[in-house]
Design a protein around this ligand. Structure first.
Ligand SMILES: *Cc1c(COP(=O)(O)O)cnc(C)c1O
Length: 343
């Protein structure tokens, strides 16, 4: 990558960030009369704007320095802030590989940034020979790579990601929302090798905290400083920080649930393979299966009638339905319902 400063919006480079009361005085002891808080109650104080305790837990868990960590209000905030740091509205562009996660599109549109889409190949891998023009286009500031990809479930090839990281002069965001379900190593281990890499992870999936809205970005210290400049001062509530800290402190629960989800996934795959109306199950490194059926719209609506809600992805990939792995009982209900559908 070129100098980071060359690809950051100039208004962000010169931005004077908001200085909160807790920025100016951040020790724990004292009589606090500086932030116009209510002196009564249990949630009366503003939360730590830099989520230091949570980051310290992640330092221990992931072996990444806390200077390399940003905590967001879900990964959605990680994505949105990337657009706001790097893309001038109406001028700069971003690139994704379709089909993929819908939020890149929405966030680009909100920020008035054109999102270019280049299709994945038949194996849902990046068509690495077909993207040269994009890698050389200086108006493209961000490339999103979702791996394992939603909704296809597969990991993107390591050599292709490496090639993009080396050749592209902008920022590469690898969205690893599902990486905990995969045996493959996270790209977080490569942070020191690539100054243009942002790895995005979340507490919403394997950690079971979708309701809490806690996302993570791992990147160079310089990129994290830009994130800190742009984020709302108190972007992650005290309740949400606590929820994530508690989850990391009880990682045995996390590991047990993860193991159960993975064994259920394997079992589900075996059984679904024997069901007539299912033509194909795509390989998945995530906690969901993408299945190809004879008539997705029909099967989706039949399942819904049985109060089993799946995601009809027919509009993205013809006749495909995405199914999250549930509890053993939920999976059994799904299987029984599918067995009873006749087309
Ligand atoms: C579910 C998901 C996320 C999680 O988003 P949060 O805002 O952290 O809940 C991120 N990326 C992808 C691809 C997802 O499927």
């Amino acid at each position: 990558m070129n100098n980071l400063k060359d690809i950051v919006r100039s208004n962000i480079l010169t931005l004077e960030p908001y200085s909160s009361a807790r920025d100016e005085f951040n020790r724990k002891e004292g009589v606090f009369l500086d932030a116009n808080e209510n002196p009564f109650g249990t949630l009366n104080r503003y939360p730590d704007p830099y989520q230091k305790e949570l980051k310290q837990k992640l330092v221990e868990f992931k072996g990444v320095a806390s200077d390399n960590i940003f905590i967001g209000n879900g990964s959605d905030e990680v994505i949105d802030i990337a657009f706001r740091i790097f893309c001038r509205p109406g001028k700069d562009k971003a690139l994704t590989f379709s089909p993929t996660y819908g939020m890149y599109d929405v966030s680009a549109a909100i920020n008035n940034v054109e999102l270019l889409k280049t299709p994945l190949n038949e194996d849902f891998q990046i068509d690495i020979n077909g993207i040269e023009e994009y890698l050389n286009d200086s108006s493209i500031k961000l490339i999103f790579i979702c791996s394992p990809n939603n909704p296809t479930g597969n990991l993107m090839r390591k050599s292709d990601i490496e090639y993009i990281l080396k050749k592209f002069n902008g920022i590469v965001i690898i969205d690893e929302a599902y990486i905990d379900f995969s045996l493959s190593k996270s790209w977080v281990t490569m942070l020191n090798n690539y100054s243009n890499l942002i790895v995005s992870q979340t507490f919403s999936k394997a950690w079971g905290l979708a309701a809490a809205r806690v996302g993570i970005a791992y990147a160079s210290k310089e990129i994290i400083q830009l994130y800190n400049k742009v984020k709302p001062p108190y972007n992650v509530s005290e309740l949400n920080q606590k929820a994530a800290i508690n989850a990391l402190s009880n990682s045995v629960d996390y590991e047990n649930n993860l193991e159960l989800i993975l064994s259920q996934k394997e079992q589900l795959e075996t059984i679904l393979n024997r069901i007539e109306i299912i033509q194909k199950i795509y390989p998945s490194d995530a906690n969901f299966l993408l299945i190809k059926v004879s008539n997705a719209n029909k099967i989706y609506s039949e399942l819904t009638k049985e109060q089993i809600i799946t995601r009809n992805r027919n509009n993205l990939i013809e006749n495909c339905i995405r199914i999250s792995v549930g509890t053993p009982q939920e999976n059994e209900q799904l299987i029984n319902a599918l067995k009873n559908i006749t087309i």
